[in-house]
Write a protein that binds this ligand. Structure first.
Ligand SMILES: *Cc1c(COP(=O)(O)O)cnc(C)c1O
Length: 385
């Protein structure tokens, strides 16, 4: 097959089954609004759950960091890219979350890849929830370990896999809050099950950190567990970007030796680490915002009218997916909402399982009741033309 045939047939396929993806050029976005092509919409597609992406103190911390350090870190952390700003952030994260060590990564995607590929090798096995994020599955496939997936949030399904003993190490991987479904993993039961079989537990809490638990410490704090590996990301509630893994001393030392994303990649700018420390300070104090977010979630769930084949998933978090099923219909609904001034992204396979295309509605503490009312009205108008 030649190049032209390959590329055009792939594109054709995606157009045919409504899985064509495209980017939208955004003028400006915040937790509450998004401006596209000069027009303002209510934003129900972001992950800025506490509205921190525009927080003046965090912006100021980034600016001060840039004044002090310049804009780039100049190298990987192993060369010149590990500054006081990075170290302070790592220490603050470790202290906040109750771990001996934290290591920073440029993104959650990189963190998951680095950790899994560094720790898991031939003869080992990775047992991951079926709905784990693409970065976890990708990392598992890249590693030489055996990957098995257990049914979503299903502890007996995990137990069954664990009954097959293997010679190597076992890593159980799940998310605190699932990114496309918004439901919580039964972390206490998963931790107990993993421990019984001498497996380590890795929790990716991209959507729980900052939002739930005491002072926003996330899903593990909420469930009272302490996984061997906790991944937190900073592109969601932290309002910035980047990630960290929390672990013990020896594991951190090992990752510094073995994690290729730390060794061969430029570290985050020191100014960004400075901004993240300021974001962490805000998160710890954000009880009012967290209460407002909970209020918004409850208000949305209590007032939605589930008619006409639209099914609200059972989620108590800021992620409130409306399952549509059909790809084309999910796009139609998304376009309809846009005409009503409401921005909600349709999520289609392969990001979600086949026939479960959905609108991934996300709520933020920055939304006001009138915003949610407008979203509810627009959804209602679509179902009752
Ligand atoms: C967003 C997300 C990631 C990736 O994090 P980035 O920092 O955006 O690369 C990883 N895991 C989960 C569950 C996510 O939702």
């Amino acid at each position: 097959m030649n190049w032209q045939t390959f590329i055009s047939s792939q594109l054709q396929l995606r157009k045919q089954n409504s899985t064509w993806r495209q980017r939208t050029r955004v003028d400006l976005s915040s937790a509450r609004f998004i401006q596209v092509a000069g027009k303002d919409y209510l934003n129900f597609s972001g992950n800025d759950y506490l509205g921190l992406s525009q927080h003046p103190k965090i912006i100021e911390a980034w600016q001060k960091g840039a004044d002090k350090y310049g804009v780039g870190s100049g190298g990987s952390g192993h060369v010149t890219g590990f500054t006081q700003a990075h170290e302070d952030l790592e220490n603050a994260l470790a202290d906040w979350l109750g771990y001996p060590r934290a290591l920073l990564f440029i993104s959650g995607f990189a963190a998951n890849q680095a950790i899994i590929t560094a720790l898991m090798s031939r003869g080992d096995r990775i047992l991951a929830d079926k709905l784990c994020h693409a970065s976890i599955l990708e990392a598992s496939m890249l590693s030489d370990a055996d990957l098995r997936r257990f049914s979503h949030n299903n502890v007996p399904s995990l137990q069954k896999l664990l009954l097959n003993e293997v010679a190597g190490k076992t890593l159980v991987v799940t998310e605190g809050v699932f990114s496309m479904d918004g439901d919580n993993a039964p972390l206490d039961a998963l931790q107990n099950t993993a421990k019984l079989h001498n497996a380590w537990l890795m929790v990716d809490d991209a959507h729980g950190i900052g939002v739930i638990g005491r002072e926003g410490r996330g899903s593990c704090d909420h469930y009272g567990i302490h996984p061997e590996l906790l991944v937190v990301t900073f592109g969601k509630a932290f309002g910035v970007s980047g990630a960290a893994v929390l672990c013990d001393e020896l594991t951190a030392d090992y990752l510094i030796q073995a994690a290729r994303h730390l060794i061969y990649s430029t570290s985050m700018p020191p100014a960004q680490a400075n901004a993240l420390s300021a974001s962490l300070t805000q998160i710890r104090q954000a009880n009012t915002a967290r209460t407002q977010l909970t209020h918004n979630i409850n208000y949305f769930r209590q007032n939605i009218n589930q008619g006409d084949g639209l099914k609200l998933a059972s989620s108590n978090t800021a992620i409130q997916p409306l399952i549509v099923g059909d790809n084309a219909k999910s796009l139609q609904l998304s376009h309809f909402l846009r005409q009503q001034g409401v921005w909600v992204q349709a999520i289609r396979p392969p990001t979600v399982p086949p026939n479960s295309a959905r609108l991934r509605i996300t709520l933020s503490a920055a939304h006001q009741q009138q915003d949610i009312d407008r979203l509810l009205e627009a959804l209602h108008d679509f179902s009752t033309p």
